[in-house]
Design a protein around this ligand. Structure first.
Ligand code: FES
Length: 105
């Protein structure tokens, strides 16, 4: 699996996810309970960046029409999100956050 360094752990906190572009793919890096998750950052309903949404109880709410996605699984919980989000493997090496573009699902 090819790993790509995308940011530092200090760039992210629970309520401030990080938007990154990797090979023209927009990905959001989120932190929950000191674990890190990478999910597709563009809401499938219309074009909105989920890293600009609202993080609460392990979910992120789309800033445009309020679809709610589970951050860990990418699953659509409610609202007009159309489908689940792609998720990507994440690993931490020292202070660096690395992801792989191999989709977890
Ligand atoms: S753009 Fe996300 S719910 Fe509409």
């Amino acid at each position: 699996m090819a790993w790509i360094k995308v940011c530092q752990v200090s760039d992210i906190d629970e309520y401030m996810p990080k938007a990154v572009d990797v090979a023209e793919t927009k990905i959001g890096i989120f932190q929950l309970n000191n674990k890190y998750f990478a999910i597709e950052n563009v809401c499938p309903h219309a074009y909105a960046l989920l890293t600009e949404g609202f993080v609460e109880d392990g979910t992120v709410e789309c800033p445009l029409h309020e679809a709610i996605f589970d951050i860990e699984t990418g699953n659509l919980e409610s609202g007009p999100g159309c489908r689940n989000l792609c998720t990507y493997p994440v690993k931490i090496e020292g202070e660096s956050v690395l992801i792989s573009l191999e989709k977890s699902e």
